[in-house]
Design a protein around this ligand. Structure first.
Ligand code: ARG
Ligand code: GLU
Length: 720
């Protein structure tokens, strides 16, 4: 085992173990940091069973699914489980009005029916290693931040080069604790990942966006894929000759279920948390950034929903887009509510005043930490208005699809203007653009986009003083005298980017000089002006403040650890593999309300509403319910459990993560958090923060009894 830097060794040695719940821990340090507590809480396996680089361990069954989710192997033939919402885009891409897999579900009855998903990857961790001393080699406390950064980045390059010698692995080095610690990750990326099965949306997304981020929940949020490899079990591009990948380890699935108080742990890839930021940063989120994002998405979501309700084709086209933007929107609303309710700013201020007292208690401390808080106050004071402007630009300026799509043609202009570029390069890019036009327009509805454009442009103009806006927004307003309908018609009539025919005609007869036509396109013009404004007026300044905040955070993090010498610290989530652990537990969200820890199929029948897409219940499911035909998947209480909650600390990226029991068996698939606890990325509250998991028995029941795909369950290792 590698040595921790002295600071951390010290902290670990003097730990007082309290019940964790909060925390996302580094798998390779579970042995020294968490194992005793995990076992005291009920775990019957060892840290070594979870993470071991020499022998197969549970970690070999865990993967990054796509770009931002977790998945887990459940068979020795590369079969994997993740969330329905993680497979959503792939499912949607295979769907049309004729083959509506979103609505009807899809099940490959044998391997030949599994569907390829170009672009979808699965990433496995081969090993990780702490490289703090190598990364910080040559760094000392007297250097400037610029000098420090130069050394750190040169060291990182050298370590990466060394690690990538003689192999095809993907090497990553990530900072932990804001650059007080560094880890190297050696990853293997698989590119042939096929869709095996998905329940219909009225199971996989049951309750839709109404129930999203909420408990009680009844969503069967899972989908099934399979990883393929070449004949030697190595990653390969899609090929008919590929064979199912044989993982070093796959999870055993337990049908015992989760009982109140049971120990559980979650193994996966949490994306981002910011547990150690100062009050100024929380204030910025609460008052400057989240409100802008919420208000601008409100506008788009209303337009999408209205159109989706009235037309089945539009519903398919906009399903993933809508789910994507409404997920963040709802989370920010919950997060702001939680921040206020917990008085997170006041909590942080109390910590800061204790920190100031501590830092001023001694001259050496004062030198290192004394100036931190005023420096934060200053930096956040300047960052605040910039972040709000960035949020407007991203959500309103770039909100209409036509603007983002037009912007993607910037590459073509650059290539054509470059005297060195060859005709082959240009025709290759044109080929790619033709290809992407095909999939872009499959899901594009110009009438929706016109409404979005008109509403967002007008909201953007009205959001702040003219002098603070990008000039194009003001010019457009003045040119059309505030008539946003006229502005919209003019832009969409004149732009080629509103129509598949125009884009295809343009690309079909493409020659080098035609890039000038893009430059004159009104949608491209807006995209380009906004992009320039972003780089020149926002990004440069934002980047400078963010960098200085990063440096301050490194020192503040170190200070917080030194000051709270008895506290066990976990690093903020950074999309690296982590373990969170806790217990199955209900909670009291409000006065006199007590939430049970599990839901059942009866709840689905109670929520049924044939008129609302998200609450439709299939006849087949009703039939199974009426007959109580649950087979071995029913609970001993006679019901079929659908979801359960526990105190594991999770965040975005943990979607699809396995929920394991005391023996390391799979009992659930994580997919969400409860509404009252959505502020846990910033402040954790053990009484309110719960992760929501699909009960694995409901998942198996749907595969076997509902879909008749029992052969997939037979492929798994099921322990009764
Ligand atoms: N809130 C969950 C997460 O952040 C689920 C999102 C997908 N579901 C939805 N209804 N949009 O991933
Ligand atoms: N649904 C989230 C995801 O996409 C997980 C829920 C959360 O943020 O905790 O990862």
């Amino acid at each position: 085992m590698k040595k921790l830097i002295p600071l951390f060794t010290l902290i670990i040695a003097f730990q007082i173990y309290s019940r964790a719940d909060e925390g996302m821990w580094i798998p390779m340090y579970l042995g020294e940091m968490n194992e005793a507590e995990m076992q005291a809480m009920g775990m019957r396996i060892t840290a070594d069973d979870i993470y071991n680089i020499n022998n197969a361990s549970l970690k070999d069954a865990i993967m990054i699914f796509g770009g931002g989710c977790t998945g887990e192997f459940v068979s020795d033939q590369g079969l994997l489980l993740t969330n329905h919402h993680c497979g959503y885009r792939s499912i949607q891409k295979h769907s049309s009005v004729e083959h509506d897999y979103l609505t009807d579900g899809f099940w490959a009855m044998d391997k030949s029916e599994e569907l390829a998903n170009p672009g979808l990857t699965v990433t496995l961790l081969v090993r990780m290693e702490e490289v703090t001393s190598k990364v910080l080699d040559g760094v000392n406390e007297n250097m400037t931040e610029t000098e420090r950064k130069a050394i750190v980045s040169a060291n990182i390059d050298a370590i990466k080069e060394e690690a990538s010698k003689d192999n095809d692995y993907k090497i990553l080095i990530k900072p932990f604790f804001y650059g007080n610690q560094y880890f190297l990750f050696v990853n293997e990326v698989f590119k042939d990942v096929r869709l095996v099965g998905t329940p219909p949306s009225n199971i996989g997304k049951f309750g839709g966006d109404t129930d999203n981020w909420m408990w009680p929940r009844h969503t069967g949020d899972f989908s099934v894929f399979r990883v393929y490899a070449d004949k030697d079990n190595n990653p390969a591009e899609y090929s008919e000759d590929n064979v199912p990948y044989v993982p070093k380890k796959h999870l055993s699935v337990s049908t015992k279920g989760a009982k109140e108080g049971d120990f559980t742990f979650i193994f996966g890839y949490p994306g981002t948390t910011e547990e150690y930021i100062p009050s100024y940063a929380v204030d910025m989120k609460l008052n400057a950034v989240n409100p802008v994002r919420i208000a601008m998405r409100d506008i788009r979501i209303k337009i999408f929903l209205d159109a989706m309700e009235n037309d089945p084709e539009t519903r398919i086209q906009y399903a993933a887009k809508h789910a994507g933007i409404s997920n963040g929107w709802k989370k920010w609303i919950g997060e702001n509510r939680g921040i206020k309710r917990l008085k997170a700013i006041e909590q942080k201020q109390q910590l800061e005043s204790a920190f100031a007292d501590w830092a001023n208690s001694d001259n050496t401390l004062k030198e290192e930490f004394g100036g931190l808080l005023p420096a934060f106050e200053d930096a956040y004071g300047k960052l605040n208005p910039l972040e709000a402007k960035m949020a407007y630009l991203a959500e309103a300026g770039m909100g209409a699809e036509i603007i983002r799509y037009a912007r993607s043609y910037g590459k073509l202009i650059r290539l054509c203007k470059d005297k060195e570029s060859s005709d082959e390069e240009i025709s290759e890019l044109v080929g790619k653009l033709k290809h992407s036009a095909e999939s872009y327009f499959k899901d594009y509805n110009v009438d929706i986009d016109k409404k979005v454009f008109a509403s967002l442009m007008s909201a953007y103009y009205n959001s702040m003083d003219k002098s603070e806006l990008p000039s194009i927004i003001v010019e457009m307003h003045d040119k059309y005298k505030g008539d946003y309908q006229a502005m919209t018609n003019a832009v969409f009539d004149k732009s080629i980017f509103a129509s598949k025919e125009k884009v295809n005609a343009f690309l079909d007869s493409y020659k080098k000089s035609k890039y000038k036509k893009i430059l004159k396109d009104p949608a491209f013009d807006i995209a380009n002006d906004l992009t320039m404004y972003y780089y020149k007026n926002l990004l440069v300044a934002e980047d400078a403040y963010s960098k200085s905040i990063d440096s301050l955070m490194r020192i503040y993090m170190k200070g917080q650890i030194e000051m709270q010498a008895n506290k066990l610290f976990y690093p903020d989530a950074n999309f690296s593999l982590r373990v969170a652990y806790g217990n199955v537990d209900g909670y009291n969200p409000d006065d006199a309300i007590n939430f049970n820890y599990f839901t059942t199929l009866s709840g689905i029948m109670e929520k049924e509403n044939p008129d609302i897409y998200d609450y439709v219940v299939e006849d087949k499911l009703k039939e199974l319910y009426n007959k109580k035909d649950y087979g071995r998947y029913g609970d001993e209480d006679g019901s079929l459990h659908t979801c359960f909650i526990a105190t594991n600390h999770t965040t975005g990226g943990n979607s699809g993560s396995p929920v394991l029991d005391a023996d390391g068996y799979l009992i659930g698939i994580n997919f969400d958090r409860c509404w009252e606890g959505t502020m846990s990325d910033i402040v954790y509250d053990a009484s309110q923060c719960r992760n929501i998991s699909l009960d694995i028995r409901y998942c198996l029941f749907i595969i076997d009894k509902f879909a008749g795909a029992g052969h997939l369950v037979d492929e798994m290792t099921v322990v009764e």
